[in-house]
Design a binder for this molecule. Sequence first.
Ligand code: PLP
Length: 359
Amino acid sequence: MSEPYIGKEELENVSEALRTGWISSNGHFIKDFESAFSKYIGTKHGVAVYNGTVAIHLALVALGVKKGDEVILPSLTSIACANAIAYTGAKPVFADSDREYWCVSPEDIKKRISKRTKAIMVVHIYGHPCDMDPIMEIADEKGIPVVEDCAEAHGGEYKGRKVGSFGAINCFSFYGNKIITTGEGGMCLTDDDELAERMMILKNQGTKPEFRNKYYYDMVGFNYRMTNVQAAIGLAQMDKLDYLIKQKRRIAAEYNSRFKANNDVTTAPEMPWAKNVYWYYSILVRKGLRDRTMQTLEKQGIESRPFFYPIHMLPHFKTGVKLKNAELLGFAGINLPSGPQLTSHDIGRVVDAVSSIRD
Ligand SMILES: Cc1ncc(COP(=O)(O)O)c(C=O)c1O
């Protein structure tokens, strides 16, 4: 679907980490990667962690989310988002998606705010940014912090500003299929000194700087530390990030133009205010055609994925709420191969296979 793009720079950095013995969570690559990535996105602090799921959990705990609270999130997203909320004991409150650009709908967020809402989590889905102005307006008016989940949108932009620089704490994943990777990995970004310090303490078993090496603690913390080996890969990947985004956009432009002749396919959106980084190039197919399309792709040795299953319909998160767009998109969407090294020929094969399906 999207393979990692690794070169000799990653090998050299990892060799240095191994050679010098700095293979756990000390070593210069961690600080260097935190600085480089937060600078790239445009925030003051970066807190590197073990993966994207724990990044969200850490963000929520740092914001004080706990049992009895509610957190609003889209239903059409990775299960990691709902799981991270569940870890805190808070209740996930699912919101619908926008029909046109597939991210969470600001109007629907507004409807779901209650006295218990402690945070609003927005997710830039498949590389397309959320409509941040109305979201920040609603959140600021109510004094509720926003957490952006940018796992799928490294370098995506809203009105020329990078996603991951709007919310109180913003979370990234660097899993192997993400735009840049550290194998497993994640990061929380923030401009807030206090939140950054709290996350640094919480991710390291609750170790406050003044209690370091004293085995004294006054809170429950976690081991969510990123290793120097992961960060060594991440730092080398930073030099490739703009190139990789360019490749994703090249691939999307080619898919878009080749799908033009096919009225059964809705191509990936890009709103006038958005820079989509097309982490996964995605399409919608007409009702009833999805399974057949995916089976045809599989028969031709082409990998694809269905859209996320709407989380509000999963047995353990079911609340009886009906979310029209999330349900429609969730069962009509297909993610197509999106690796940075896809050639024109590869894209042609995928489009021909999809276009061979008719009612
Ligand atoms: C939107 C979103 N959030 C969070 C995650 C979780 O990240 P990780 O797999 O690094 O835990 C993922 C994907 O993997 C994701 O796609």
